[in-house]
Design a protein around this ligand. Sequence first.
Ligand code: G3P
Length: 218
Amino acid sequence: MKFFIDTASIDQIKEGIDFGICDGVTTNPSLMAKEGISGHDNVINHYKKIAEIVDGDVSAEVISTDFNGIVEEGKRLADIAPNIVVKVPMIRDGIKAISHFTKIGIRTNCTLVFSPGQAILAAKAGATYLSPFIGRIDDTTWDGMSLIAQIAEIYAIQSYETEILAASVRNAKHIVEAAQNGADIVTCPLSSILGMLNHPLTDIGLAKFLADHKKANS
Ligand code: G3P
């Protein structure tokens, strides 16, 4: 399973790369706004900076919601760098645009996915990545992880090539369960990934090893 960092923060992306676990990056309009990035040229330049420092794919989201707008905006985003993937919302014109992008060789990430039916439509349209929002489903008391399992089963049975990119992943437990349930990729803040480091027995064990070593060498 690949690890993408879900952020528009250059510092966080650099930290993930330095840690050695950044296979790609996903962004969305809320994450761009959080970094204070606004205005067409600033947005394009920011994506350019991210695409330059990341080896893997970088999802850049359109804000248009009509077919022509999505296509025009998506082409501009795809032109930024070869590792830019156009992120398109799961709406009627979004699916139509994903089909079009597939035909002209532009890679896509279908976002805001909350049901298996939506997952099938995105795969039929040829989406490169599918982003089911785990945490936001959990927020409504449904089970985000069972959606990942259901989509993974459907995609395997149907031999769909679309990769399942578990999104809205909020903690280390989500990451482990996404791996267990067949996600190809998780995208989350670096803090969720670092959360997987922690176990008190590791700390206790390391303290004892170091203390024993010190005793034996003093
Ligand atoms: O990748 C989508 C993600 O950014 C949404 O996460 O935590 O806002 O639900 P969240």
